[in-house]
Design a protein around this ligand. Sequence first.
Ligand code: SIN
Length: 328
Amino acid sequence: MTHSSSSGTRRVVVLGTGGTIAGKAASSGDNIGYTAGQVAVADLLGGIEAPAGVTLVAEQVAQLDSKDMDAHTWRELAARCAHWLAQPDVAGIVITHGTDTLEETAFFLHDVLAPAKPVVLTCAMRPATALSPDGPQNVRDALAVASTPGAQGVTVVCAGTIHSGLDVQKVHTYRLDAFASGDAGPVGYVEEGEVRRVRAWPQGAPFDAARLEAVSKPWPRVEIVMSHAGASGAIVEALLLPSAEPLRGLVVATTGNGTVHHALEAAALKAQDGGLVVLRATRCANGRILPKPGDGLRDAGALTPVKARVALVLELLGVAALPESEGG
Ligand code: SIN
């Protein structure tokens, strides 16, 4: 269902998926005891002025708590983005989303669409019913980015900061400024409706229907296991037991520079010898795995375990990886 507001020659489409930004609590003083995904995206736009010359179009794609994000919703979201981006008068897209898996959705859309127009995810840390909700300002800032001439690629706007969809990570459980871009740093800032960019927009490319087509196929099962003090190979062995949906890929969330507890590593190497595709991704919040001669398990560079899982699903679906962040 779509809903339009204001009038202008260019359109910005706002796709709703749920999250705290659309959350409701019983009292305005409660910032944590709410139910996510309650308010329709068209209602989230109430009272928000569209940027000059822009008409807003609202469309509800999903209405969920993003901890429950799934392949079906990601496919649907990518398809709706592709549909709207193909309209010549659409300047860009804003996606309202929960904060909890926002970085995974951003990375997925970056890899599948690499849009030549802006696709801007935004969110909130306080529900819509809060005394002082952060959602309306985040939406306003996201609209500014989506309607900025020359903007492109998947970005995330939260608390006045623009992050690349490739680099962004949720780094705080409670503060309004809950996201960071690690070593790459933010793409820029939004100040009073103006975008101040400090590095290049994320990569954009001509639309490739084959990438979208590939993700419409059934997804291979890829799981994440963590290396930690006292780890064993038991979880890997359990994952390899006969199943209706056999395991196709495994991400090992490693310590430090890609190191893995010897017992878990032995199980992962054995699984790899048996045909499982295994990838190491560091559990450190910042930095990348620097490969060393003799590494037995492939590494995912700077990707976090959750992004490495998305990358591995896409690889197994035959979607070629995009080059990493230019960061400049
Ligand atoms: C969610 O991720 O949907 C709930 C939490 C949030 O948006 O902050």
